[in-house]
Design a protein around this ligand. Structure first.
Ligand SMILES: [Zn+2]
Length: 232
């Protein structure tokens, strides 16, 4: 369980709840469409600055734990997106076939993304060199798989629409352990393959072509998901 990721997810939900409440008032005829768009845009802006503040505190807490020394916040500034960007998220969602759902995806996604960017800039401000992915409790299998690998700070964290994974600072020691683990795993896998091949050459040829087919199928599946992700 990753407390910070849960807090970010809760904040994203609260941004969505505000937008949904405004949407209901718009549907009920209490506010005009223009008013709805303006108010919902403000809700996203508020979500942005809360996400930056949360990320600032999250980086500080993680670094204090990692270094066993008190680390002070740097004051990560709230993002300043181009004037129309947040408004456009609301306008586009409203034009969607399912506005309620699209507003949820847009509102949650915006807060999550802002928190991810703010956290990264916090890590950079504190001159952290490595990071790992900390998935939240409901993370998808792809994200769960990537957890625990230690990456250099200039490597972007891969995310998908609605991804609520967060980064976590890591140190040199964790980096070495993770690299050693990867080497060990690769060695063990190679040794197992060699042992199997020696035991049964014919079987092993069949297995290799089956493995190649599976790898191709996985690649195709990923590509389809990527395209689907771009469409939504
Ligand atoms: Zn994720």
């Amino acid at each position: 369980m990753n407390a910070y990721a849960e807090q970010v997810a809760a904040l994203a939900n609260s941004t969505n709840e505000t937008v949904q409440a405004l949407y209901l008032r718009f549907l009920a005829g209490e506010i005009t469409e223009d008013m709805f768009v303006a108010l919902a845009t403000t809700a996203l802006t508020v979500g942005d600055s809360k996400a930056a503040a949360l990320a600032d505190a999250g980086v500080v807490a993680a670094l204090t734990v990692m270094t066993a020394e008190v680390v002070l916040p740097v004051g990560i500034p709230a993002p300043k997106p181009p004037p129309n960007l947040l408004r456009q998220i609301i306008v586009d969602a409203l034009a969607d076939e399912e506005p309620k759902r699209a507003l949820e995806t847009g509102a949650r996604g915006r807060t999550l993304e802002t928190a991810q960017h703010a956290y990264k800039s916090g890590l950079e401000s504190h001159e952290v060199k490595f990071w790992t992915r900390a998935p939240n409790s409901g993370a998808c299998p792809a994200c769960q798989n990537l957890a625990g690998q230690v990456m250099p700070i200039d490597k972007e964290m891969w995310t998908h629409k609605g991804c609520s994974c967060t980064q976590k600072p890591a140190n040199e020691h964790q980096k070495e352990k993770s690299s050693a683990r990867n080497r060990d795993n690769a060695k063990r896998a190679a040794a197992t393959r060699r042992a199997n091949d020696a035991a049964d050459p014919e079987q092993s040829a069949a297995r290799r072509s089956a493995a190649a087919r599976r790898a191709a199928a996985t690649r195709e599946q990923r590509e389809r998901e990527r395209r689907a992700g771009e469409r939504t």
